[in-house]
Design a protein around this ligand. Structure first.
Ligand code: URA
Length: 481
């Protein structure tokens, strides 16, 4: 019997090397036992198998097998290494074996790979970070218990989704960490090492309650998509019971109030119908007053004031920027500094009257680093953008523009609810889930920062072109309404 000891549960390279040597030495699967270092009983914790020669030679297996094996090896079933070797052994004689879906080995390995992918998907959906420390020392930590060995597989998703916040995902098997540059993997920990509550959770809960649609509730489907075993990690889980219990009543209320609502075309009028009071001005004033005392992220502490959106309460066009700058923070109005001057010029060239536009920012407080008398602009982080998004959502629901223009990456993250590259998405209208059309462009500050004049002229012209497209989209949507 040949005992092969792999370095870890996810040691695919070790398995691959050993499997190749075993196969080239003609060692049949029944003569091999597979273990993982640290898992084998002491007597069995074998010395490395030196009886096998690193044999020269080669054989081919389909690329599809390697892809399948890399995923299936992350399954928790201890038999997976042996099963994979048996398949490899059989594939040498039957290159098309993987096409035989009814073959028991093929069926089992495919089911394992599928289960691993499902677990990865659950991890992407149900990890919730909790904030540890504050501001520049903030670190976001999540606890998760995956079914399979998927931490390394799932980590790159979080690195791109939460690129600008340092985070750690702790699990019993392994922990993944992101410092803004690279992912590192360390040993697993016990649940007691994960933080319990944080101040962002209330924001999460209100957001969840606001997007919960009682009319769409299917309890069984919900529980299979969001199994109870994950509820311990989810701040919104504490709401689920009462949301389900009240769903029937809330649906009835929704239907009754929907029946009284105007049709879409009426809803999108820029001016209220004669004789019908328009409450949006009052609602905006109320929102502005509420936002003035927002404490949902730490940015309020150093900023002078909340800089809320400004413009007609029924505007066809909404422009979204990043956050107020130094001048805006002092004036309490968006886009009144150098970026605002650049924006004004471009709007005028594109034939858009600023007075008719509602202008706001993704984040409503100025984030900066004090450097003597100067306050250096700092990019808002994902948690700050998410904590502030509630205000944009309420502005959107009140103003009901026909078109939203997101200027720069932060605005895009706010408007679309996820990180998306500006360059690949600019220049075309995208219809969002709620029917609003959104257009992506660069932020005017980007134009101010460009070092050479030629680039500045070229990029400014592209920005004006984007605004012209906005004017065109707005015109055609007004005609269609
Ligand atoms: N930059 C922004 O994104 N918004 C402002 O209000 C000013 C500068």
């Amino acid at each position: 019997m040949h005992v092969i000891t792999l370095d870890s549960e996810t040691d695919f390279e070790g398995w691959r090397r050993a499997a190749r040597t075993l196969a080239l030495n003609g060692i049949a699967p029944r003569e091999v036992a597979w273990t993982v270092r640290g898992n084998a009983p002491e007597l069995f914790e074998a010395e490395p198998d030196t009886s096998l020669e690193e044999t020269q030679g080669s054989f081919n297996v389909p690329g599809k097998f390697i892809e399948l094996a890399e995923i299936a090896i992350l399954h928790r079933n201890p038999e997976r290494f042996a099963l994979l070797y048996r398949l490899l052994w059989r594939l040498r004689g039957n290159h098309d074996l993987l096409e035989v879906a009814a073959d028991p080995d093929v069926a089992e390995i495919s089911a394992m790979a599928k289960a691993v992918r499902r677990d990865e998907h659950k991890m992407h959906a149900f990890v919730r970070f909790r904030e540890v420390g504050r501001e520049s020392k903030s670190h976001f930590v999540a606890w998760f218990e995956p079914k399979h060995h998927i931490v390394e597989l799932a980590a790159p998703f979080f690195a791109s989704r939460f690129a600008d916040m340092p985070w750690s995902i702790l699990t019993p098997d392994a922990s993944a960490h992101w410092d803004g540059h690279a992912i590192s993997i360390t040993e697993g920990v016990s649940r007691s090492e994960a933080p319990a509550e944080d101040r962002l959770e209330e924001t999460w809960r209100s957001y969840y309650a606001s997007i919960f649609n009682p009319a769409r509730l299917k309890v069984k489907a919900m529980q299979s998509e969001m199994p109870k075993k994950y509820w311990g990690n989810l701040p919104e889980a504490s709401l689920i019971g009462s949301l389900i219990a009240n769903a029937e009543r809330d649906t009835r209320t929704m239907i009754e109030s929907k029946a009284k609502e105007p049709h879409k075309a009426q809803k999108r009028e820029d001016t209220p119908m004669p004789g019908k009071p328009d409450t949006s001005t009052d609602s905006l004033a109320a929102l502005r007053a509420k936002a003035a005392s927002c404490r949902d992220c730490p940015l309020w502490k150093d900023a002078t004031q909340t800089v809320f959106g400004e413009g007609p309460a029924r505007a066809g066009l909404m422009l979204v920027g990043e956050q107020p700058g130094d001048k805006e923070d002092l004036a309490g109005k968006p886009f009144v500094g150098p970026a605002g001057a650049m924006l004004d010029r471009a709007l005028a060239e594109a034939g858009i009257d600023r007075e008719k536009v509602y202008i706001t920012n993704a984040v409503k407080h100025f984030k900066f680093l004090p450097r003597g008398r100067i306050r250096l602009h700092q990019k808002p982080s994902t948690p700050e953008i998410m904590a502030c998004r509630q205000w944009y959502e309420q502005e959107l629901a009140t103003v009901r523009p026909r078109l939203v223009v997101a200027m720069g990456a932060t605005a895009v993250q706010c408007v679309f609810g996820k990180v998306m590259p500006v360059s690949r998405n600019r220049g075309r209208g995208v219809t969002l889930d709620d029917g609003t059309v959104a257009l992506v462009t660069v932020h005017p500050s980007y134009l101010l920062r460009l070092p050479d004049e030629a680039a500045k002229t070229r990029e400014y012209a592209r920005f004006v072109d984007d605004l012209r497209l906005a004017a065109k989209l707005l015109k055609s949507s007004a005609q269609a309404a």
